[in-house]
Design a protein around this ligand. Structure first.
Ligand code: TRP
Length: 451
């Protein structure tokens, strides 16, 4: 078998894993959830949950992956005893299925981002008849752009870890950060931005423990760190044994929160600038317009009020969205592709194009049955599968895997691990705290437990 791929440096891993974590979840999902959950309270709860619950699970995935250095199914099997092997298979395949289904809806949204970006480019050149088609919801438009987005994603993954994922993540992530900063700078010069920052940054602490807010924040924390499908496990499997894992994991978590926070600094004030410019930002019920209305109606309406500058701002914004989506979608596709390659002997190129084509087919089915399938697939994967698989990953790291082997793995790259704060706290966390809390929040969402 050919040598396994590996990230060429610490920086390469951090950029690739942050590239996975930072995506539409940060720049699209996070501000929308902030808007629909009353501003700062959501930001506060989300940050706390990320460190308390999501970071420990991220570590479970990274450490299992780096230990086994294999695709997710084989990695879980490798740390199992004979008795738990069936559960390892089940968890691994469930993760692969979930990663694929997440890609199948994510790519549709990403396609819209490309279309809106091209729409602004068309406006720039005065080709308004095209921009109308590009920014209007239609079956044809959705089919064309979802396919384009798959070709980009597959093209990168087909080139493997170093020449594909790493190369593009290290190019695209710094670009993304620069674009966000430029947009924040621009928005801050506009009337109304201050009001947006106030709503965003002043938490109403009475709402912090609101059960709906908690569930929403937990789901966001999982989705945003790409947890509960095996993405971080496969990326972990490409980390060199000389790296300090807890530190790498913390860097990725901080980057992820940081960019979500910056996206909020951009999008929430933008909504209030829009209001100042006469765009409707509240719905009939008096709440802020959320869901896709925020990104695809309010923001474009805002850009329109900005005249010539608005076209450029819009182009930059949707380019940013496309880049963020691409470095995430490659990490989703990597989960089934690594499995096809390592467990079933396909070449990387064949695996990427074959698996990619199968998942594209699923997307096409969703596009044709949009009103019934789109939200259903999002809910099934992100509300249910991810948290449940996350718990299973914790059980594997905390109970199935032998504790001294786990320690040995962590000591690679950090010889004094046994005396570290991480080792004092984390094992109990993955064994007990994370599964119990995730399960409690999860049962609450089913109405089985009143929090
Ligand atoms: N974290 C990405 C975002 O915020 C999405 C993502 C990438 C993801 N890989 C994943 C979500 C795996 C769940 C599972 O947009």
């Amino acid at each position: 078998m050919a040598a396994r791929g590996e990230f060429s440096s610490r920086m390469a891993f951090v950029l690739a894993a942050s590239g996975s974590a930072i995506g539409l979840g940060n720049i699209w999902g996070f501000p929308i959830k902030v808007a629909s959950n009353g501003g700062g309270a959501f930001v506060f709860t989300y940050v706390v949950l990320t460190f308390l619950l999501a970071y420990p699970i991220l570590m479970a995935e990274l450490v299992i992956g780096r230990h086994a250095k294999s695709d997710t199914v084989r990695s879980l099997v490798k740390i199992s005893s004979p008795g738990t092997k069936p559960l390892a298979f089940l968890t691994g395949y469930w993760g692969i299925l979930t990663a694929s289904l997440i890609l199948s809806f994510y790519a549709i949204v990403a396609g819209w981002m490309i279309a809106f970006g091209l729409g602004s480019a068309a406006d720039l050149f005065g080709a308004n008849q095209y921009s109308e088609w590009l920014t209007k919801f239609s079956l044809e438009r959705n089919l064309v752009f979802v396919t384009i987005f798959y070709v980009l994603t597959i093209g990168i993954v087909a080139n493997g870890v170093a020449a594909g994922i790493e190369k593009w993540s290290t190019r695209l992530m710094p670009t993304l950060i620069l674009l966000i900063l430029a947009l924040i700078a621009y928005i801050s010069t506009q009337d109304g931005a201050g009001e947006g920052w106030r709503v965003y940054l002043q938490p109403d602490f009475s709402r912090v423990l609101n059960p709906d807010l908690l569930i929403s924040a937990l789901g966001q924390a999982f989705f945003s760190l790409s947890l509960g499908v095996g993405t971080m496990m496969v990326y972990g499997s490409y980390i060199s044994k000389s790296e300090n894992l807890p530190r790498l994991g913390a860097t990725v978590a901080v980057m992820d929160i940081g960019i979500a926070f910056m996206a909020g600094l951009l999008v929430i004030p933008a909504v209030y600038v829009a209001q100042t410019n006469g765009v409707t930002i509240y719905n009939e019920a008096g709440a802020l317009i959320d869901s896709d209305g925020l990104i695809f109606n309010v923001l474009p309406a805002l850009f329109e009020t900005m005249g010539a500058a608005g076209v450029i701002v819009s182009l930059v914004f949707f380019t940013l969205m496309t880049i963020a989506a691409l470095t995430s979608s490659i990490s989703m596709l990597e989960v089934p592709v690594a499995h096809a390659q390592e467990s079933h002997g396909l070449s990387r190129k064949a695996a990427a194009w074959f698996v990619g084509a199968v998942i594209l087919t699923v997307s096409v089915v969703i596009v044709f049955n949009f009103s019934t399938l789109f939200t259903l697939v999002i809910d099934l994967t992100t509300k249910y599968s991810e948290p449940l698989i996350g718990i299973l990953f914790c059980l594997f790291a905390g109970w199935v895997w032998k504790r001294n082997e786990l320690l040995k793995e962590l000591q690679q790259g950090q010889p004094d691990m046994e005396n570290s704060l991480f080792w004092k706290i984390w094992p109990a966390y993955v064994r007990v705290v994370c599964p119990v809390i995730v399960l409690a929040v999860f049962m609450h969402s089913f109405g089985l437990l009143n929090l």
